[in-house]
Ligand binder design. Structure first.
Ligand SMILES: CC(=O)N[C@H]1[C@@H](OP(=O)(O)OP(=O)(O)OC[C@H]2O[C@@H](n3ccc(=O)[nH]c3=O)[C@H](O)[C@@H]2O)O[C@H](CO)[C@@H](O)[C@@H]1O
Ligand SMILES: C=C(OP(=O)(O)O)C(=O)O
Length: 431
């Protein structure tokens, strides 16, 4: 089993370049299924286990996929008839596999996808996705661990109000509506930058999507979409993770390729804590010298504070001064890392959906296990300043969402090594 071994005490300095966003590339690759004419070329694709998984899903649906990790590029030819079924082996590995349902349904009038079930951070239902398909005329049924959606002819444009601004539901409904008959409006839509990236991609394929990035998205269905070339936006969560790593070590790091407008909630919270964050031409520069102040953080849908940065900020908060409260409102069970931080002597307690922190903690290196992908990064970050050695296991979580995390930190001056029976690259293949 691979382990990351970190020795605390080094200050991070230098530059690090952010990859294409995991949460943008997965819906974009799924949406590529919509093209029945020409091929799609997706650029700035990060080398992640999740990308390998979605590529396998696409292949299983009878498309041709050419992946060149060295060029960060995926080429998809989906001109042949599409099969309608996404298997459990993929959905189990990666919940975002559910995002093929909208495109399959739009093209075939029938889709059968294994039910994703819960995961480490919560139950994560898909009722809002299905409510959208139903409003567009699909009949939904369940059986043998699968969900099926079926329609006679094309889906029909509809007005859909989401009970929660779900990222995945917004994406699945957008792709289903792209080939529907008539106009679909999604109200209380998710506003994440990745939604805007997906809308841009659909439009580049010949679609008609307006309003992405606001809470009302209008999609006028077209009869056919064609291949295009699309560049994935930079990963704001990877960028934020390196910002926290820089701050916790009292470092000075330029995060190249970070898009400040995608990160306003995080930047302002870090500034409130006393971290210096400045915009430079190539990205965001993070410097931290003096003591940090504890703050209160509440995760919210975008443009609120992202849940995917909650555990990393918890690591940073352990080094701040005073009482701070972190409240998780997006997922019901995203505090599994708290027990692991406690093993590192983190001083905090869970009360309902909040974690009350009395800081600073006298962090000590320990053996800890990643409980989800952001927790993996957060534990490594805590290890950067803990006294002694921290060993982090369950790295398949990390490989889902970070490219060469250990190597990038080492290049910034961290004392870190990945050891074990598999190299980083090999374990990506195995997940
Ligand atoms: C691949 C990807 O992009 N993943 C991101 C996406 O996940 P994902 O798209 O799964 O997250 P959602 O926005 O859908 O989920 C947000 C909340 O809505 C609930 N919900 C969702 C759908 C539904 O039909 N019913 C329902 O109740 C979920 O249980 C959760 O509590 O957005 C999350 C919230 O920013 C991020 O943490 C994930 O990194
Ligand atoms: C929760 C996350 O991803 P996913 O939705 O793919 O599980 C994440 O990126 O932190």
């Amino acid at each position: 089993m691979d382990k990351i071994v970190v020795k605390g005490g080094q200050t991070l300095k230098g530059k690090v370049r952010v990859e294409g966003a995991k949460n943008a590339v997965l819906p974009v690759l799924a949406a590529a299924l919509l093209a029945t004419k020409g091929i799609n070329t997706i650029k700035d694709v990060p080398t992640l286990a999740d990308v390998l998984t979605i590529n396998e899903v696409l292949k299983s649906l009878n498309t041709k996929v050419k992946y060149s990790p060295e060029d960060n590029e995926v080429i998809i030819d989906s001109q042949e008839p599409l099969s309608s079924e996404a298997q459990f082996e993929y959905v189990r590995k990666m919940r975002a596999s559910i995002l093929v349902m909208g495109p399959i349904l739009a093209r075939n009038g029938f889709a059968r996808v294994a039910l994703p079930g819960g995961c480490a951070i919560g139950s994560r239902p898909i009722d809002q996705h299905l409510k959208g398909f139903e409003a567009m005329g699909a009949v939904i049924s369940f059986g043998h661990g699968f969900v099926e959606a079926k329609t006679n002819g094309r889906l029909k444009g509809a007005k859909i109000y989401l009970d929660v601004p779900s990222v995945g539901a917004t994406e699945n409904i957008m792709t289903a509506a792209a080939l529907a008959d008539g106009i679909t409006t999604i109200e209380n839509a998710a506003k994440e930058p990745e939604i805007v990236d997906l809308a841009n991609f659909i439009n580049e394929m010949g679609g008609k999507v307006k309003g992405a990035g606001t809470d009302t998205i209008r999609i006028e269905g077209v009869s056919e979409l064609h291949g295009t070339e699309h560049h994935i936006i930079p990963d704001r969560i990877e960028a934020g993770t390196f910002m926290v790593a820089a701050a916790i070590t009292k470092g000075d790091v330029l995060i190249e390729n970070a898009v400040p407008e995608h990160m306003t909630a995080l930047v302002s919270k870090m500034q409130e804590m006393g971290v210096e964050v400045t915009e430079e031409e190539q990205g965001l520069r993070v410097r931290s010298t003096g003591p940090l102040k504890s703050v209160d953080i509440k995760t919210m849908p975008h443009p609120g504070f992202p849940t995917d940065m909650q555990s990393q900020m918890m690591a940073l908060m352990m080094t701040a001064h005073g009482t701070g409260i972190i409240t998780e409102t997006v997922f019901e069970n995203r505090f599994m890392h708290v027990e692991e931080f406690r093993r590192m002597n983190g001083n905090m307690k869970i009360e309902g959906r909040s974690v009350i922190m009395e800081s600073p903690s006298n962090l000590q290196g320990a053996e800890v296990a990643a409980t989800d992908l952001r927790a993996a990064a957060a534990l490594i970050i805590a290890g950067l300043v803990a006294e002694g050695i921290t060993r982090v296991t369950e790295l398949y979580h990390l490989d889902r969402g970070y490219v060469n995390f250990d190597k990038k930190l080492a290049a910034l001056g961290a004392d870190i090594e990945r050891i074990g029976t598999e190299s980083s690259e090999k374990s990506i293949q195995l997940v």
